[in-house]
Design a protein around this ligand. Sequence first.
Ligand code: PGA
Length: 242
Amino acid sequence: MRKIVIAGNWKMYKTQAEALEFLQGFMPLLEETPEDREVVLCVPFTDLATLSRNLHGGRIRLGAQNVHWQEVGAYTGEISASMLTEIGARYVIIGHSERRQYFGETDQTVNLRLKAAQAHGLIPILCVGETKQQRDAGETEAIIFNQLKQDLVEVDQQNLVIAYEPIWAIGTGDTCETREANRVIGLIRQQLTNPNVPIQYGGSVKPDNIDEIMAQSEIDGALVGGASLQPESFARIVNYQT
Ligand code: PGA
Protein backbone atom coordinates (compact mmCIF):
# COMPACT_ATOMS: atom_id res chain seq x y z
CA MET A 1 0.00 0.00 0.00
CA ARG A 2 1.36 3.39 -0.95
CA LYS A 3 0.98 6.25 1.51
CA ILE A 4 -1.23 9.20 0.58
CA VAL A 5 0.41 12.56 1.25
CA ILE A 6 -1.40 15.87 0.74
CA ALA A 7 0.92 18.80 1.29
CA GLY A 8 0.32 22.53 1.24
CA ASN A 9 3.14 24.74 0.00
CA TRP A 10 2.60 28.22 1.39
CA LYS A 11 5.61 29.64 -0.47
CA MET A 12 6.36 33.17 0.84
CA TYR A 13 2.92 33.76 2.33
CA LYS A 14 1.70 34.25 5.90
CA THR A 15 3.14 35.99 8.92
CA GLN A 16 2.98 34.11 12.23
CA ALA A 17 -0.32 35.78 13.11
CA GLU A 18 -1.79 34.77 9.77
CA ALA A 19 -0.47 31.23 10.15
CA LEU A 20 -2.19 30.88 13.53
CA GLU A 21 -5.41 32.24 12.14
CA PHE A 22 -5.22 29.61 9.37
CA LEU A 23 -4.63 26.86 11.91
CA GLN A 24 -7.63 27.84 14.00
CA GLY A 25 -9.85 27.63 10.95
CA PHE A 26 -8.24 24.51 9.51
CA MET A 27 -7.89 22.11 12.44
CA PRO A 28 -11.62 21.63 13.11
CA LEU A 29 -12.13 20.79 9.43
CA LEU A 30 -9.90 17.71 9.76
CA GLU A 31 -12.11 15.82 12.19
CA GLU A 32 -13.54 13.57 9.48
CA THR A 33 -10.33 13.24 7.45
CA PRO A 34 -9.54 9.55 6.89
CA GLU A 35 -6.62 8.37 9.04
CA ASP A 36 -4.62 7.06 6.09
CA ARG A 37 -4.06 10.54 4.63
CA GLU A 38 -0.92 12.36 5.73
CA VAL A 39 -1.66 16.09 5.97
CA VAL A 40 1.41 18.31 5.65
CA LEU A 41 1.89 22.08 5.77
CA CYS A 42 5.16 23.34 4.25
CA VAL A 43 5.47 26.86 5.59
CA PRO A 44 7.99 29.71 5.69
CA PHE A 45 10.81 29.14 8.21
CA THR A 46 9.47 31.92 10.43
CA ASP A 47 6.10 30.16 10.84
CA LEU A 48 7.46 26.76 11.87
CA ALA A 49 7.92 27.35 15.61
CA THR A 50 4.55 29.03 16.10
CA LEU A 51 2.71 26.30 14.25
CA SER A 52 4.66 23.55 15.98
CA ARG A 53 3.64 24.92 19.39
CA ASN A 54 0.02 25.05 18.39
CA LEU A 55 -0.55 21.70 16.68
CA HIS A 56 -1.35 20.02 20.02
CA GLY A 57 -0.43 16.56 18.80
CA GLY A 58 -3.05 16.69 16.04
CA ARG A 59 -2.59 15.10 12.67
CA ILE A 60 -0.96 17.95 10.80
CA ARG A 61 2.72 17.36 9.98
CA LEU A 62 4.99 20.34 9.47
CA GLY A 63 7.37 20.83 6.60
CA ALA A 64 9.88 23.44 5.46
CA GLN A 65 10.46 24.61 1.89
CA ASN A 66 14.23 24.17 1.71
CA VAL A 67 17.22 22.97 3.70
CA HIS A 68 20.96 23.40 3.41
CA TRP A 69 23.24 20.36 3.22
CA GLN A 70 25.88 21.42 5.73
CA GLU A 71 25.47 20.82 9.46
CA VAL A 72 26.72 24.29 10.45
CA GLY A 73 28.97 26.91 8.94
CA ALA A 74 29.42 30.29 7.36
CA TYR A 75 26.40 30.07 5.02
CA THR A 76 24.56 33.33 5.53
CA GLY A 77 20.83 33.01 5.05
CA GLU A 78 20.71 29.21 5.15
CA ILE A 79 18.98 26.77 7.53
CA SER A 80 20.25 23.29 8.45
CA ALA A 81 18.36 20.03 8.82
CA SER A 82 18.92 19.81 12.58
CA MET A 83 17.46 23.33 12.98
CA LEU A 84 14.35 22.06 11.23
CA THR A 85 13.95 18.85 13.17
CA GLU A 86 14.50 20.64 16.47
CA ILE A 87 11.60 22.93 15.70
CA GLY A 88 9.27 20.06 14.78
CA ALA A 89 9.51 19.79 10.99
CA ARG A 90 9.02 16.29 9.56
CA TYR A 91 9.07 17.08 5.84
CA VAL A 92 10.96 19.42 3.55
CA ILE A 93 10.31 20.42 -0.05
CA ILE A 94 13.47 20.13 -2.15
CA GLY A 95 14.09 21.25 -5.70
CA HIS A 96 10.87 23.19 -6.20
CA SER A 97 10.86 24.72 -9.68
CA GLU A 98 10.80 28.22 -8.18
CA ARG A 99 14.10 27.45 -6.42
CA ARG A 100 15.54 25.94 -9.58
CA GLN A 101 14.37 28.91 -11.66
CA TYR A 102 15.03 31.91 -9.39
CA PHE A 103 17.70 30.76 -6.94
CA GLY A 104 20.16 28.77 -8.98
CA GLU A 105 19.19 25.36 -7.62
CA THR A 106 20.83 22.58 -9.65
CA ASP A 107 20.38 18.82 -9.68
CA GLN A 108 23.68 18.59 -7.80
CA THR A 109 22.56 20.85 -4.95
CA VAL A 110 19.16 19.14 -4.92
CA ASN A 111 20.95 15.83 -4.42
CA LEU A 112 23.03 17.22 -1.55
CA ARG A 113 19.94 18.64 0.14
CA LEU A 114 18.03 15.36 -0.22
CA LYS A 115 20.80 13.37 1.44
CA ALA A 116 21.25 15.89 4.28
CA ALA A 117 17.50 15.95 4.97
CA GLN A 118 17.30 12.16 5.13
CA ALA A 119 20.39 11.91 7.33
CA HIS A 120 18.42 13.90 9.91
CA GLY A 121 15.18 11.97 9.55
CA LEU A 122 13.34 14.56 7.47
CA ILE A 123 11.23 13.21 4.62
CA PRO A 124 12.04 15.16 1.46
CA ILE A 125 9.38 16.05 -1.09
CA LEU A 126 11.44 16.14 -4.29
CA CYS A 127 9.89 18.24 -7.06
CA VAL A 128 10.46 17.42 -10.72
CA GLY A 129 8.76 18.71 -13.85
CA GLU A 130 9.14 20.17 -17.31
CA THR A 131 8.63 23.66 -18.74
CA LYS A 132 6.05 24.41 -21.42
CA GLN A 133 8.78 24.75 -23.98
CA GLN A 134 10.21 21.34 -23.07
CA ARG A 135 6.77 19.75 -23.22
CA ASP A 136 6.04 21.29 -26.62
CA ALA A 137 9.38 19.97 -27.87
CA GLY A 138 8.45 16.44 -26.78
CA GLU A 139 11.14 16.41 -24.11
CA THR A 140 8.97 15.84 -21.03
CA GLU A 141 10.06 12.27 -20.32
CA ALA A 142 13.75 12.90 -21.02
CA ILE A 143 13.84 15.98 -18.77
CA ILE A 144 12.15 14.25 -15.87
CA PHE A 145 14.18 11.05 -16.16
CA ASN A 146 17.35 13.11 -16.18
CA GLN A 147 16.26 15.06 -13.09
CA LEU A 148 15.48 11.82 -11.27
CA LYS A 149 18.73 10.20 -12.31
CA GLN A 150 20.82 13.07 -10.99
CA ASP A 151 18.73 14.03 -7.97
CA LEU A 152 18.40 10.51 -6.57
CA VAL A 153 22.05 9.42 -6.51
CA GLU A 154 22.54 7.63 -3.15
CA VAL A 155 19.13 8.80 -1.92
CA ASP A 156 17.09 6.44 0.29
CA GLN A 157 13.87 5.68 -1.56
CA GLN A 158 12.21 4.35 1.59
CA ASN A 159 11.96 7.86 3.04
CA LEU A 160 10.99 9.96 0.11
CA VAL A 161 8.03 11.65 -1.54
CA ILE A 162 8.18 12.85 -5.14
CA ALA A 163 5.99 15.60 -6.60
CA TYR A 164 5.45 15.75 -10.33
CA GLU A 165 4.88 19.44 -11.01
CA PRO A 166 4.69 20.49 -14.65
CA ILE A 167 6.06 24.03 -14.41
CA TRP A 168 3.49 25.41 -16.84
CA ALA A 169 0.72 24.23 -14.50
CA ILE A 170 2.03 25.97 -11.37
CA GLY A 171 0.02 29.00 -10.31
CA THR A 172 -1.53 29.31 -13.75
CA GLY A 173 -4.91 27.62 -13.28
CA ASP A 174 -3.84 25.47 -16.21
CA THR A 175 -3.94 22.02 -14.57
CA CYS A 176 -2.27 19.16 -16.39
CA GLU A 177 -4.94 16.87 -17.79
CA THR A 178 -5.41 14.22 -15.09
CA ARG A 179 -4.80 11.22 -17.31
CA GLU A 180 -1.61 12.80 -18.60
CA ALA A 181 -0.43 13.50 -15.03
CA ASN A 182 -1.22 9.87 -14.23
CA ARG A 183 0.76 8.68 -17.23
CA VAL A 184 3.86 10.73 -16.36
CA ILE A 185 3.68 9.65 -12.71
CA GLY A 186 3.49 6.02 -13.82
CA LEU A 187 6.65 6.58 -15.86
CA ILE A 188 8.36 8.21 -12.88
CA ARG A 189 7.49 5.17 -10.78
CA GLN A 190 9.15 2.90 -13.34
CA GLN A 191 12.41 4.78 -12.82
CA LEU A 192 12.47 4.08 -9.08
CA THR A 193 13.96 1.16 -7.18
CA ASN A 194 11.12 1.43 -4.63
CA PRO A 195 7.76 1.40 -6.45
CA ASN A 196 5.99 2.40 -3.21
CA VAL A 197 7.39 5.94 -3.09
CA PRO A 198 4.33 8.23 -2.81
CA ILE A 199 4.19 10.39 -5.94
CA GLN A 200 2.12 13.55 -5.81
CA TYR A 201 0.75 15.71 -8.57
CA GLY A 202 1.23 19.48 -8.20
CA GLY A 203 0.15 22.44 -10.32
CA SER A 204 -3.15 24.31 -9.91
CA VAL A 205 -4.71 21.68 -7.67
CA LYS A 206 -8.04 23.09 -6.48
CA PRO A 207 -11.13 21.93 -4.56
CA ASP A 208 -12.91 21.35 -7.87
CA ASN A 209 -10.30 19.10 -9.48
CA ILE A 210 -8.87 17.16 -6.51
CA ASP A 211 -11.45 14.34 -6.63
CA GLU A 212 -10.62 13.58 -10.25
CA ILE A 213 -6.87 13.82 -9.58
CA MET A 214 -7.01 11.43 -6.63
CA ALA A 215 -9.14 8.98 -8.61
CA GLN A 216 -6.13 8.27 -10.85
CA SER A 217 -4.37 4.99 -10.19
CA GLU A 218 -0.79 6.30 -9.98
CA ILE A 219 -1.35 9.54 -8.07
CA ASP A 220 -0.74 9.30 -4.33
CA GLY A 221 -1.43 12.85 -3.24
CA ALA A 222 -0.99 16.48 -4.13
CA LEU A 223 1.37 19.39 -3.57
CA VAL A 224 -0.86 22.42 -3.34
CA GLY A 225 0.22 26.06 -3.57
CA GLY A 226 -2.44 28.77 -3.86
CA ALA A 227 -5.34 26.59 -2.74
CA SER A 228 -3.56 25.68 0.52
CA LEU A 229 -3.70 29.27 1.80
CA GLN A 230 -7.36 29.23 2.84
CA PRO A 231 -8.56 26.75 5.50
CA GLU A 232 -11.77 25.87 3.66
CA SER A 233 -10.17 25.24 0.29
CA PHE A 234 -7.25 23.22 1.65
CA ALA A 235 -9.62 21.23 3.87
CA ARG A 236 -11.76 20.38 0.85
CA ILE A 237 -8.63 19.14 -0.90
CA VAL A 238 -7.47 17.06 2.06
CA ASN A 239 -10.99 15.70 2.43
CA TYR A 240 -11.23 14.72 -1.24
CA GLN A 241 -14.07 12.38 -2.11
CA THR A 242 -13.44 8.93 -3.49
P1 PGA B 1 -0.12 26.00 -7.27
O1 PGA B 1 1.40 25.71 -6.80
O2 PGA B 1 -0.98 24.96 -6.58
O3 PGA B 1 -0.41 27.39 -6.79
O4 PGA B 1 -0.16 25.84 -8.74
C1 PGA B 1 1.89 24.40 -6.66
C2 PGA B 1 3.33 24.43 -6.23
O5 PGA B 1 4.08 25.33 -6.66
O6 PGA B 1 3.77 23.56 -5.46
